[in-house]
Design a protein around this ligand. Structure first.
Ligand code: HEC
Length: 112
């Protein structure tokens, strides 16, 4: 009986541990998918990732190499409309959670 109890205890601990490991994992966000879901691609292409802008008349930059010219600090401010490019703020405000926003900025800064 004691043996069975310890077995159950060990099993419970194991499940507990794996549960903790799972929940401690940072949420995985597929940013390329989010970029399209949030319709960033209505104005911006990212040729390097085969993402094509859906509005052919859009003059917005291709973002394939945006991480070469912009830091994540700048992108954080710019996408919150707290910084300008050529005296202009970004036309659209980012809508989403903080985690999504951080993931987006990190991903953009990594495009180089
Ligand atoms: C209505 C059109 C439009 C949409 C939608 C849009 N943008 Fe933009 N974006 C622009 C324009 C215009 C600029 C400024 C000129 C430029 O750099 O292309 C710009 C600039 C940027 C820049 C800076 C590019 C540079 O030149 O360094 C980034 C990064 C960016 N947008 C990301 C995004 C993200 C992420 C989304 C989706 C959440 C998004 N944009 C949605 C029009 C748009």
């Amino acid at each position: 009986m004691k043996y069975l109890m310890s077995l159950i205890l060990i099993a419970a601990l194991f499940v507990g541990f794996t549960g903790i490991t799972w929940s401690a994992d940072a949420p995985k966000i597929d940013v390329a998918k989010m970029f399209v879901e949030k319709k960033c691609n209505s104005c911006h292409s990212i040729d390097a990732l085969s993402i094509t802008k859906t509005n052919a008349n859009s003059k917005a930059a291709d973002l394939s190499l945006v991480g070469k010219v912009r830091t994540s600090d700048f992108l954080t401010k710019y996408l919150k409309k707290e910084a300008d490019i050529d005296g202009k703020k970004h036309g659209v405000a980012f809508k989403g959670t903080d985690d999504e926003f951080k993931a987006m900025v990190a991903w953009l800064a990594g495009l180089k």
